[in-house]
Structure formats: structure tokens, C-alpha cells
Design a protein around this ligand. Sequence first.
Ligand SMILES: [Zn+2]
Length: 138
Amino acid sequence: MKGFFQKIGDGLRRFMQGRYGQDELCNFLCIAALVLVLLSWIPPLRFLYVISLALLVWSLFRCYSRNISARQAERAGYMRLRGKCTGFFALQKRKWTDRKEYKYFRCKKCGAVLRVPKGKGEIKVTCPKCHSETVTKT
Ligand SMILES: [Zn+2]
């Protein structure tokens, strides 16, 4: 029996050699497809079933693709987008936990998020990114 599973494992390893395999984007596509399948049970949203199938086919295509550089570029784009989303929510969470002690605002010149202690009156803040000075009330 061990020889049988060994042969299957070796065959799979040979098949996947030179192929891209699974990554974070594949996982996201599979989860999105699952959510869309569940939503497609609602009668007016039946069309989502087709979209979920397309996402699954895309995910499988990416897994078995031999064009690794193109798949890595797609993954890099996905990770950049995901980083922006998680960064936004992390900032909102930090703002909420610090809301009594700190004030958050954006630098008018470069858009960087700055944090100053509350209750200090009018203070001059230097942006650490672009070194522009802003006077603000805290
Ligand atoms: Zn700035």
C-alpha cells in the first residue's frame, strides 16, 4: 500500500514540476468563488454562479500555469492591493484605540498620516516624510 501512495506522490510531483502552484491570489479566488456560490442560492443573484465558476477556472489556470513570471507579477499586484486594504483597516483600528490620547490628520503637502498628542493646544508639526511644517490644534 505504501508503494501505491508513493507512486501517486511521485506522479503528482512530476506533474507539478515547472508549474506555478498555489499562492495567496489562488486562495483568495477560491474563497471568493465559494462566497459567490453561496450568494447564488438567492434567486435574483443566480448569475453569480457563472462568475464563481470563472474565478475557479482562473485559479486552476494559475496553479497549473508554466508562465511563472506572469503569475508572480499577478501575485505582486494582488499583494500590493491587499496591503493597501489591510493598511487602511489597520490605521482605522489604531485611530480608534488611540482616539482619547492622539489626533490623526494628513499632511497637506504629501498626504502622510500624522499623529499628535491631544490636549497640547496649538502646536507646530513637522512631517517626517516631506519635512513640511503645519500648525494644528490638538
Ligand atoms: Zn508630508
